[in-house]
Design a protein around this ligand. Structure first.
Ligand code: S3P
Length: 424
């Protein structure tokens, strides 16, 4: 049983963007409720290496921006090496910014980053004039970027990805004329929202984005709402454990992120949003969730996928408690996340006694299967680790994770919180 209420930690996507935009703004910025997860700390370290003064004080971060063209290798370092660790958001968004800087940088990351495709960012940035080299024609790290003198772009995105979209929007700030970016389906729009508030000239018309180059971005203070992708684990825990009731305060409820709430409602889950309001252009509210004994399976596909792409591992765990099958399609992107999340979810579900089938672009989860337990492989993927820690709450024997260190990537303090809610 999970019971209690708590204030949610800051959103990972918004925390990254807050550091990046503050760093290239002109002046002082204060970021509140910043997520002190390893991924966001990687972003801070990269920008510190580009001479940005960044101070951390508990959950607040103070950034003195260098201006749009003021980044430089700190201490006149030659061969500037930036290590993004495990963070796909850091590398892809930063590639957009680095394409506008007139110095040379090499980006490296951990073993998982070394397997993730960067060609989706490299190709359009090369079209804009950035010189990008690296392994497998700069698809894989290490990747070296020499920026400056960018042109503009009119680009139809072949994949739905907020990281690619954001990289191109950021590079467009440095272009020689107006750029146009066309999305395939709507992905998270935090970059667009935050950039506007920094004074950028950006217009969005559904899937079409128009960006004009600017001289400078203003400085400003940013409040980071809670991370719905982190809340998702506790939400599902409360839906599947008898007698649970949890109030999660301060959840970011941006329309491009609330796919999981739509799905839970479709599945007959008890979930309610209270006190919805707006902070810094982002919707925020409290989420009240309780045990839901009458869950039903559903189909998740098409335009819904980008709105819940990071929540699929935990939705798969939820689906084992539903009556009937849950089908997840159009989600081939899962294969190129921190791990191949189609395989890591399906194999681990079957290992602990549930029944799941791997599809080319998703999975089918059989409902009402009995979770036995067993030792699962996380592949050092934070969301796999947390999803299966929730499966442990309903299994007859323990679900043991091969490692849980990776959870610090996005949710420091996760087990403390889970224990607190379990021992209420
Ligand atoms: C993110 C976008 C998503 C998501 C990732 C964070 C972002 O990736 O999976 O965890 O902050 O822009 P894609 O845009 O590649 O789908």
């Amino acid at each position: 049983m999970l019971k209690g209420s708590f204030e949610l930690i800051g959103d990972k996507s918004i925390s990254h963007r807050a550091i990046m935009l503050s760093s290239i703004s002109k002046g002082k910025n204060k970021i509140s409720n910043f997520l002190m997860g390893e991924d966001c700390l990687s972003t801070i370290n990269c920008f510190r290496k580009m001479d940005v003064d960044i101070e951390i004080d508990n959950n607040e971060v103070y950034v003195t921006g260098k201006g749009l063209r003021g980044l430089k290798p700190a201490n006149n370092m030659e061969n500037l090496l930036l290590d993004v660790g495990n963070s796909g958001t850091t590398i892809r968004l930063m590639m957009g910014i680095l394409s506008g800087q007139n110095f040379k940088t090499t980006i490296i990351g951990d073993e998982s980053i070394g397997r993730r495709p960067m060609k989706r960012v490299t190709d359009p940035l090369r079209q804009m004039g950035a010189i990008i080299t690296g392994k497998d024609d700069a698809n894989l790290t290490p990747i070296t970027i020499e920026g400056g003198n960018l042109t503009h772009i009119d680009y139809n995105m072949p994949v739905s990805s907020a990281q690619v979209k954001s990289a191109l929007i950021l590079a467009s700030l440095y272009g020689d004329d107006t750029s146009f970016i066309h999305e395939k389906s709507k992905s998270r729009n935090h970059t667009e929202i935050m950039l506007k508030s920094f004074g950028a000239d950006i217009q969005v018309n559904n899937l079409d984005i128009k960006v004009n180059p600017v001289e400078e971005l203003f400085n400003r203070d940013i409040y980071v709402p809670g991370d719905i992708s982190s809340a998702a684990f506790i939400i599902v825990g409360a839906l599947i454990c008898e007698n649970s009731e949890v109030l999660i305060k301060n959840v970011g409820l941006n329309d491009t992120r609330v796919g999981i709430i739509e799905v839970i409602k479709k599945m007959n889950g008890n979930i309610e949003i209270i006190d919805e309001h707006e902070i810094c252009g982002e919707k925020v509210g409290d989420v009240l969730v309780s045990y839901s004994p009458n869950l039903v399976g559903t189909t998740i596909d098409k335009d819904l996928i980008p709105k819940l792409i990071d929540e699929i591992p935990i939705i798969a765990v939820l689906a084992t408690r539903a009556e009937g099958d849950t089908i997840i399609k159009d989600a081939a992107e899962l294969k190129v996340k921190e791990s191949n999340r189609i395989k890591s979810v399906v194999d681990n579900l079957n290992l602990i006694g549930a029944k799941a089938i791997e599809l080319e672009d998703g999975m089918i989860i059989k409902g009402k299967s009995k979770i036995q337990g067993g030792k699962i492989q996380t592949f050092n993927d934070h969301r796999i680790a947390m999803a299966f820690s929730i499966a442990d709450l309903i299994s007859s024997e323990k679900v043991i994770l091969d490692s849980h260190k990776c959870i610090d990537i996005s949710f420091p303090g996760y087990f403390n919180l889970l224990n607190k809610l379990s021992n209420y």
